[in-house]
Design a protein around this ligand. Structure first.
Ligand code: PMP
Length: 446
């Protein structure tokens, strides 16, 4: 049933959307009873599917016990337990967890914490943030300023903060001919050092990057050695490393934290989406003991905060989600199912004339569409290929996450797949079948 009269402000103003009324495992169900396989978990959110009993029961129990207590006055058991669980499993020296309501808030908090840390550490001249082109870190002004996605930024540019953007690590599209992945990784990592030197060696607060780029490039991991070199550069110049795992964290790549695969630990780590798995809006920023101690021993107060930070019901949901991931050993299963999905995608699409790259880690996979595989030339952005693919997939009962190519014609359209971790091999096969039919439909008209 489509909505004819609505007062909800939708994402696409003129869209007529079906009404979602139910969720069953990996499927969403609309008011007409049509079932959609959630091949992207919304936007890499629904890692446990849509009907997890443990998470639902935890939410109900928490609402019955205590819905809200302001963190200016109280802490709560679920927030404390969730923080303990995250820290027990977190990389490096991460020691404190600051809960927020989503990804943009986690990134905003990280930027402000990085700045306050340097001020309290006696370096108030540090004011620059370095990020990467073709990145997305959220839609609030600070996070949008950090992001390097031209399309998302363009209308707001005069309001955005002045931040630097260096090259992403995007081997398929940007490595030079004959360059080894390792040499390419070092070359693009070294752009960070050059940018720090350009801005002034003691003037940068932090570098922010996604270990596996999600919403702008479609599941692009870095090449081996890239993040190790980034870490070295950050340490050399006293620059904090912020890793944005809002999309790729919480088991999505087959590691609880995506940076585990790169064997690198950040000073600040942002997570969201999979933390609440869609059952509650929750994100978090994890920071190192050194950062926390500097502030605790300085002003003693992080100059930040939102009304709903550390919300007990959201924390109870997050606690149930992370407990499910760990107790059911789902993260190693993501690796195994991710490998299965990658083989299925490769078997189906590796020879496709217009699919140039199939990539990703775990259950975080991307397909890049090109007009010409040899030259890697993208389709004309005016064709709106990603949008057409999403629409055709939706008609097939498949939800997948589209990303248009960049208007500079350097990067093609992508489709991102991030199915629930509970998807069976049969369901993954069915997802690939539906995607394949959608690709055929769209390509027939191109
Ligand atoms: N960072 C990354 C890497 C993201 O993918 C997103 C959302 N797609 C955000 C931040 C912003 O998260 P939210 O939409 O929850 O504000």
């Amino acid at each position: 049933m489509s909505q004819t009269q609505s007062h909800v402000f939708p994402r696409h103003c003129n869209a007529s959307l079906p009404t979602a009324v139910g969720g069953d495992g990996c499927y969403l169900i609309d008011a007409d009873g049509k079932r959609y396989f959630d091949g992207s978990g919304g936007a890499a959110v629904s890692c446990l599917g849509h009907s997890n009993a443990r998470v639902r029961d935890a939410i109900k129990a928490q609402v019955d016990q205590l819905a809200f207590a302001h963190t200016g006055f109280f802490t709560s058991d679920p927030a404390e337990q969730l923080a303990d669980l995250l820290i027990e499993n977190a990389p490096g020296e991460l020691d404190r967890v600051y809960f927020v309501s989503g990804g943009s808030e986690a990134v905003e908090s990280a930027i402000k914490l990085a700045r306050q840390y340097h001020v309290e550490n006696g370096e108030p001249q540090r004011r620059h943030l370095i990020a990467r082109r073709q990145s997305y870190h959220g839609n609030t002004i600070g996070a949008l300023s950090a992001g390097g996605n031209a399309w998302r930024r363009q209308q707001f540019a005069p309001l955005l903060l002045d931040m630097s953007h260096i090259a992403p690590c995007y081997e398929y599209a940007e490595a030079a001919e004959g360059e080894t992945p390792e040499a390419y990784g070092q070359r693009v990592a070294n752009e960070l050092e050059a940018e720090i030197q350009r801005l002034g060696e003691d003037s940068v607060i932090a570098f922010i990057a996604e270990p596996v780029v999600g919403a702008t490039l479609g599941a692009v991991p870095s090449v081996p050695g890239y993040f190790k070199r980034v870490r070295e550069i950050c340490d050399r110049y006293g620059v904090l490393l912020i890793l944005d795992e809002v999309m790729c964290g919480m088991g999505r790549t087959g590691h609880l934290f995506a940076c585990d695969a790169d064997d690198v630990a950040p000073d600040i780590l942002c997570i969201a989406k999979g933390l609440g798995a869609g059952y509650q809006p929750i994100g978090a920023m994890l920071c190192s003991r050194a950062i926390y101690d500097t502030i605790a021993q300085g002003t003693g107060f992080f100059q930040h905060g939102h009304t709903y930070i550390g919300h007990p019901v959201a924390a109870a949901a997050g606690l149930a989600v992370v407990s499910e991931l760990l107790e059911r050993d789902l993260v190693p299963q993501v690796q195994a199912r991710g490998a299965y999905l990658h083989s299925a995608l490769t078997a189906r699409f590796a020879q496709h004339a217009h699919i140039g790259d199939i990539r990703g880690r775990g259950l975080f996979r991307g397909l890049e569409f090109v007009a010409d595989r040899q030259t890697k030339t993208p389709f004309d952005p005016a064709l709106g290929l990603a949008g057409k693919l999403t629409k055709a997939a939706f008609a097939e009962g498949l939800i997948c996450y589209p990303m248009p190519g960049t208007r500079d014609g350097r990067h093609g359209d992508h489709v991102l797949l991030a199915p629930p971790f509970i998807a069976t091999e049969t369901e993954l096969d069915e997802m690939v079948d539906r995607l394949s039919r959608a690709v055929d439909t769209v390509m027939a008209g191109v």
